[in-house]
Design a protein around this ligand. Structure first.
Ligand code: PSU
Ligand code: MN
Length: 307
């Protein structure tokens, strides 16, 4: 029994040592409304291809872990209701039961590592939620970054999170947090959270070299590349702050907890910004897909040179 089923294109790329970029599916099922989620999923795959890499969108469908989806599978996920949101805790259980589920950042990293894919593009990672000192709500994404050797390109941590605490946990987990092309830590919908990122790199080659260096030294865990949203698409922090405060208050008032928190907040912020948050989200995911393809390309050149 094989652990996963690669699409023909992904299998071919992996066999030839060509660059491959992993993509998650929770952003499709729980992060964006239909039909924009389907359009974005297709567009992001096209962005990866146009930058010289093969996209591998991950999902569990009827008990099979797919690494690379057909268009029909993308459509099924985009339209499906009641698809499970799979993290480290539940992916194996879903497969064992023959279920269907979308992969979060943590689950996508696990699948990527099994398939031999080193680079992954998403929108934003999960992190330490505001009020975590009371709720203990800390995303499994952070611990995954601490143990699974995949470089994750995101637009920073979502502004709905407690970003200083998220950075503290990443530091504790030994995760390099690399701002791309600027000193400041980006905050998903905005280009800066107003504090410096721990590290800064200005080109894909250096990020790939750092990934390869960690692997060579046997340091477990991945890297987080924080790629700022393109300036023309950003929503400034001052505009977002009261909206995030309201969405967070609404979540508490409605008793939303656990896995429901992130999808609820994204949907509420979409409503409160009259769709602007989605436009920004699309721009940043596409931007991350392009950078991830460049990093994967640099890495495949390095690995080729090493062979
Ligand atoms: N970023 C988005 N939309 C999303 C997510 C991130 O723009 O839906 C998802 C990712 O899959 C991430 C997950 O791994 O939210 C984090 O969920 P939690 O906070 O429950 O760990
Ligand atoms: Mn959580």
């Amino acid at each position: 029994m094989s652990l996963f089923t690669p699409s023909p294109a992904v299998a071919d790329a992996l066999a030839k040592g060509k660059p491959v970029v992993a993509l998650e599916s929770t952003i499709i099922t729980h992060g964006m409304p239909y039909p924009q989620n389907l359009e974005v999923a297709r567009q992001v795959e096209a962005d990866v291809r146009s930058h010289g890499a093969e996209p591998a969108t991950m999902a569990v469908i009827a008990g099979t872990l797919h690494v690379g989806l057909t268009d029909a599978q993308l459509e099924l996920l985009a339209q499906a209701r009641d698809v499970a949101k799979l993290s480290r805790a539940d992916m194996a259980a879903c497969i064992a039961r023959g279920g269907t589920g979308a992969t979060t950042v943590a689950a996508t990293m696990i699948a990527a590592r099994m398939a031999g894919i080193a680079v992954f593009a998403t929108g934003g990672i999960g992190g330490v939620h505001k009020g975590a000192e009371g709720t203990f709500d800390i995303s499994a994404d952070l611990m995954e970054l601490g143990q699974t050797p995949v470089t994750v390109v995101a637009a920073g941590a979502k502004a709905i999170l407690d970003i200083p605490k998220t950075l503290e946990v990443l530091e504790t987990q030994g995760v390099p947090v690399i701002a791309y092309g600027q000193d400041d830590m980006p905050a998903f919908w905005s280009r800066s959270v107003g504090l410096k990122a721990p590290l800064r790199m200005d080109d894909a080659k250096t990020i790939a070299a750092a990934h390869a260096q960690r692997a060579a030294m046997g340091i477990p865990g991945g890297q987080l590349v924080a790629n700022p949203i393109p300036a023309e698409a950003e929503i400034d922090r001052a505009t977002l702050a009261p909206i995030i405060a309201q969405a967070t208050g609404d979540a508490t008032a409605h008793g939303i907890t656990g896995k429901g928190v992130t999808p609820y907040l994204l949907q509420r912020i979409f409503e409160l910004t009259e769709g602007r948050s989605l436009t920004a989200n699309i721009a940043l995911v596409r931007n991350n897909a392009r950078l991830a393809a460049e990093i994967a390309t640099e890495l495949s050149v390095m690995m080729g040179d090493a062979r």
